[in-house]
Design a protein around this ligand. Sequence first.
Ligand code: SAM
Length: 224
Amino acid sequence: MHNYQDTYRHKGQRRQLRTILEGKGIQDPVILNAIESIPRHFFLPLEFDSHAYEDKAFPIAAGQTISQPYTVAYQTRLLKVNIADKVLEIGTGSGYQAAVLSLCGADVYTIERHQELSENAAQTLRSIGLNDKIKLFVGDGTRGLSEYAPYDAILVTAGAPSVPKALVAQLKVGGRLVIPVGKSSEMQRMVRITKINDKEIQTEAFDDFSFVPLVGENGWKLND
Ligand code: SAM
């Protein structure tokens, strides 16, 4: 286990990151406070320490990425998290987004297909005292996590070819699903689906992003 320190330099860099995000239109103080208080450098390999508070995605293990802070804030805002909402995240990755959701007051369930990433994330979340608040699972999140459904909100942090029906089915009425969707694995449109009732959904489309692919039964296939 690496010995990460959270210094005044890191805290100052986080304040600057907050200002950068405000400049890009993120205004929600709950989200900004979460980003200002979570030591993002703990979620990255030690060699990225001096870059951790740049508004950029970075590589983590298993060929995956930690999302750009702006993207984390953007998706969190679209999710409209209320205190004590039960939120399912698909694509734990480093665990950073799960930590942000937790500090926004959510009861977080997060699933990752790579066991190595889930184990690393569990260790990082333990090191910042969030392990009791976030439940981690290993598996194919394109099927959702039916054992704990229904959810107030579901957040997909990998690019999907289409919206998995299993995820819509696991939303409560009034629940929100935020998911990047695109026919190319290079570019996706951010989509929010709100469950109006058991038969109706509302679909809204937002900006374009570029995520690593959502791989699984209801996502991209490994040889796509
Ligand atoms: N939320 C992460 C964070 O805060 O570091 C970033 C996630 S990264 C952009 C996308 C993650 O989705 C990768 O870790 C990838 O392994 C995972 N993933 C892809 N397909 C998945 C699936 N079917 N089920 C669960 N996780 C999946």
